[in-house]
Design a protein around this ligand. Structure first.
Ligand SMILES: CNC(=O)[C@@H]1CCCN1C(=O)c1ccc(Cl)c(COc2cccc3c(C(F)(F)F)cc(C)nc23)c1Cl
Length: 248
């Protein structure tokens, strides 16, 4: 709720979204950057590469699921999200939570050596080799690398992830107009913030990123679905939210 009537309503929404992001981003970006020196040793990488497909998937699914829970909490704290119908809240989270996880991942990516923070240290794509889907991992790293190049501030990450989440074009929305109104408020808040900090150029680049995000998630979810359908044992280990995310 905004107590300072003098502030523009979009400033209130910006403050609410930045606060919600800060409270639900799992790791502060300062912490993640302070840990960049902690890189997996040759032996640790070999240990990951000798793990079974099942175990590696379980480890990733656990982390992804954990991250998705934080994204759910982020959404619930955005003014207006809980005023949407239960159905529409679920539709937006089902369609957008992995996209938000992917955007947030750029904060734990080190573009200087192409490593990402995973299970306490930084590692390259070779850490995930035993997953058996190197092109999926490669595209996740490429996306993080390209998003890092935009040097998004925490405020910009917060607003961009809110825009990604409140997408009125998601299929099966009941009250599309209501979502579109909320989306446009966030969009205005995002544009105001970018203009004030003379970052307008980022806007056009981010809209391309949103398209990449969509194709990355949808393309790989399908590949992932077929990959996992060959391994029924694995599929159930993708904890309920991720399973729900991928297969329903
Ligand atoms: C601090 N960092 C963390 O906790 C991050 C945030 C969420 C995951 N997590 C990791 O530790 C992490 C970091 C980098 C990578 Cl590459 C991975 C492995 O990521 C994935 C492996 C398998 C499938 C993934 C899929 C698929 F296909 F299911 F949609 C989609 C995403 C986006 N990531 C996948 C993981 Cl699990």
């Amino acid at each position: 709720v905004c107590v300072l009537p003098s502030l523009l309503s979009s400033d209130c929404l910006t403050a609410n979204i930045v606060k919600s992001h800060r409270e639900t981003c799992q790791y502060r970006v300062e912490e993640l950057q302070a840990l960049r020196w902690k890189v997996f040793s040759r032996e640790e990488v070999l240990a990951y590469q000798s793990k079974s497909v099942e175990e590696m998937w379980q480890r990733c699914a656990y982390r992804l699921t954990d991250s998705i829970q934080y994204v759910v909490e982020f959404a619930k704290r955005i003014d207006g999200f809980l005023e949407l119908s239960q159905n529409d809240q679920i539709v937006l989270l089902k369609g957008g939570s992995l996209e938000v996880v992917l955007v947030r991942m750029c904060r734990s990516f080190n573009p200087d050596n192409g490593t990402v923070f995973f299970e306490g240290k930084y590692g390259g794509t070779e850490v995930f080799k035993s997953l058996g889907c190197n092109d999926l991992i490669a595209s996740i790293f490429e996306f993080s690398q390209s998003l890092c190049a935009l040097h998004l501030s925490e405020q910009e990450v917060a607003l961009f992830t809110a825009v990604v989440l409140l997408n009125p074009e998601r299929a099966w929305l009941q009250d599309k107009e209501k979502v579109a109104r909320l989306h446009s408020h966030v969009d205005v808040a995002f544009k105001n913030t970018l203009q004030r900090s003379h970052r307008d150029t980022v806007l056009s680049k981010l809209s391309q990123k949103t398209l990449q995000l969509k194709s990355l998630c949808s393309l790989h979810i399908d590949r992932l679905r077929s990959f996992l359908e060959l391994r029924p044992l694995l599929a159930h280990s993708l904890f309920p939210p991720l399973y729900h995310e991928l297969f329903t």
